[in-house]
Ligand binder design. Structure first.
Ligand SMILES: Nc1nc2c(ncn2[C@@H]2O[C@H](COP(=O)(O)OP(=O)(O)OP(=O)(O)O)[C@@H](O)[C@H]2O)c(=O)[nH]1
Ligand SMILES: [Mg+2]
Length: 294
């Protein structure tokens, strides 16, 4: 039997649970997750190693109407991903099957003619009776190879989805060595963890106006400690004020949650220094985007 492999893009509207599914499949937190839409901004690989096969999952930013250069870069990377992979996994949310973005994604899929599976997520939230009409509706919309109801949160149905995906792998190389679970750098991972905490602690436009860069990582072996110096970039001075908060309360809370998660992940004490900087209207400025990693 030859080795089987394939690249699989997980695409869909914002907030449907793409990153949660990737983490569930990997059994580890590879991608950050939040209750707010537009959390994922870059493509993120999760490399699943099975007996005799390898699946390379590509988590992508949610597809939505673009307003800024940042949004455009996010949506472009999601749609480009669907062109580059062997299989596309479209994800929708059971409670929002009529999402207007789905039609625009289907238009792209019809053009690229890649085998495509549909995952209907968040089945834990709704009455199961809703499923049948949704399945019928989508069967008529597109020739999906399979339609699988899942809950990325509880894991319900994910084994069935994995079987469906596995049965569509083709003979191919082991793209990544065993044991490698993502292609993200440590620096990127650290910046994402900090960014996730901003999504949890702040409201309104702040999460969407924030970007994180890591300036320096230093190991201090004597203290078994990691010192991380990072910056949070916001678009306006007023946002800087909110992010710092009264007496520094907000930035301290963000720093504390990030530090706790980083310590758990790296298994050492972490010293985290966060500075908030104003990078005027960076989400609209393509050059600034590149500087900030988008
Ligand atoms: N109840 C329930 N909630 C879920 C499920 N899957 C994801 N969620 C929640 O939905 C929210 C969004 O999840 P994400 O994984 O960040 O969604 P996403 O599709 O990656 O979102 P973007 O990166 O913004 O496109 C989070 O609050 C998750 O906990 C599920 O199966 N059931
Ligand atoms: Mg995501």
């Amino acid at each position: 039997m030859s080795f089987l492999s394939g690249f699989i893009a997980i695409i869909g509207s914002p907030n449907v649970g793409k990153s949660t599914l990737l983490n569930r499949i990997m059994g580890a937190k590879v991608a950050i997750v939040s209750p707010k839409p537009q959390t994922t901004r870059n493509r993120i690989l999760g490399i699943y190693h099975g007996e005799g096969y390898q699946m390379v999952f590509m988590d992508t930013p949610g597809v939505h109407k673009t307003k800024t250069a940042l949004h455009k870069s996010m949506v472009d990377s999601a749609l480009a991903a669907s062109q580059e992979v062997d299989l596309v996994l479209l994800m929708i949310e059971m409670g929002r099957p009529g999402d207007p973005e789905v039609e625009s994604i289907l238009r792209v899929l019809r053009k690229i003619r890649k085998p495509c599976l549909l995952a209907i997520n968040k089945v834990d939230l709704g009455p199961k009776e809703q499923l049948l009409p949704i399945i019928e509706h989508f069967q008529h919309l597109y020739p999906f190879k399979a339609i699988v109801p899942v809950s990325a949160l509880t894991g319900d149905g994910v084994d069935i989805l994995m079987k469906e995906l596995r049965s569509r792998l083709k003979p191919g190389p082991r793209f990544f060595p065993e044991g490698m679970e993502t292609d993200q750098s440590e620096v990127f991972l650290i910046s994402e963890i900090i960014r996730e905490k901003i999504y949890y602690h702040t409201r309104q436009e702040l999460p969407y106006s924030s970007a994180v860069t890591v300036e320096k990582i230093e190991e201090i072996p004597a203290n078994d400690m990691l010192a991380i110096i990072a910056s949070i970039h916001v678009e306006r001075k007023s946002q800087r004020g909110i992010l710092i908060g009264q007496g520094g309360r907000m930035i301290k809370a963000i720093g504390r949650s990030a530090r706790l998660e980083l310590e758990k992940r790296f298994g050492v004490k972490v010293f985290l220094d966060l500075t908030v900087k104003v990078e005027r209207n960076w989400t609209r400025d393509t050059r600034a985007l590149r500087r900030l990693g988008y």
